[in-house]
Design a protein around this ligand. Sequence first.
Ligand SMILES: Cc1cc2nc3c(=O)[nH]c(=O)nc-3n(C[C@H](O)[C@H](O)[C@H](O)COP(=O)(O)O)c2cc1C
Length: 361
Amino acid sequence: MTESTHLAAWRVAEEAFPRTGTAEEQLRFLAAYAILAPSIHNTQPWRFRIHGATLELYADRGRALRIADPRERTLIISCGAALFNIRTAMYYFGCRGTAQPFPEPRQADLLARVSLGGPMASVGAWASLFHAIPHRVTNRGTFDVRQIAPDILADLRSAARLEGGWLVPFTSQQARKQLESMIDEGSRIQFGNPDFRHELADWLRPGGDSEGVPRHAMGHAELPDYATSIIPFVIRAFNVGRRAAARNTRLAAGAPLLVCLGTARDDPLAWLNAGQALQRVLLTATANRLHASFLNQPIEVFKLRPRLLTLIERRGQPQILLRLGRGTRRTHTPRRRLDEVLAEDPGEDPGAAPDPYGMSA
Ligand SMILES: Cc1cc2nc3c(=O)[nH]c(=O)nc-3n(C[C@H](O)[C@H](O)[C@H](O)COP(=O)(O)O)c2cc1C
């Protein structure tokens, strides 16, 4: 399959929304927006099942990162981002609806059930978020130095709050320096682990694929194609931690805005909410013509978390670190086809449902 086939998911035409169609047809259309969500390493760890007027969102734990994400925290955050896209599209198209998180405590893989209701009148507030969905892209390139206006920062903070999260900017030079030093240390620790490097390399797809991080998104615009082709091999074979750390701290240092997104708690429900808050923040940023990328090392390396918490002077659990600014236009990453992740026959099993969190009675 060609690269353009893998990018087809981004060309969803809103005029095609089946206003007079069945609930199933409408939910299928909404799911086309869900798969445009960001996900850790572009693993797209979600599955959907539609029956009648309900859509169920499942975690696809076969796509979990055993080394980088042993608690499957970022997997569930990614699914939360997909859920936020569904809600946004649902309200934009004027559908009344609800999203119930973890509706069946015995089924830990069933993350949310969306129930579609009848039409509703007002959709205005969701329009800018909705229109940002197909434009959002992770940008690992450098940003220009223009500062971000205080009212945009206020909008980003309220976006996180509206989804039950919080967003704290790193404003003082001293806080930024300390954060950079944690990003440096976290990058070295992660890359010092050969298993982490192997897992990361497995999801780098310079040759093009419907999943994983493609060549153009790796953030090595300075390298010729033949050099990016061998990045997975280099990462597997050598500890490139010093280089990765230098690159990440340089990106952090040059970012007009660095923020930490967090939640009060640190459990699957909090992660699902963090994902929705993340996507609301990213879409708000996109609507304001900002780009973002992730610098999560001080959160993923567990021993750095207490230092990070002290730095942000806030109670709660940090979930995501973002850099934001204005960058140059980027090409999207690929997505799997909707029919690969969607089961419409109620008899089809969207995936086995073990209970890793012991949520079953
Ligand atoms: C929870 C989560 C964690 C992520 N962590 C990182 C990260 O540490 N480093 C990074 O470069 N990208 C990170 N990403 C970005 C993904 O790699 C990106 O979303 C994916 O490749 C799809 O590309 P897109 O966002 O441009 O659609 C993360 C995304 C999510 C949702």
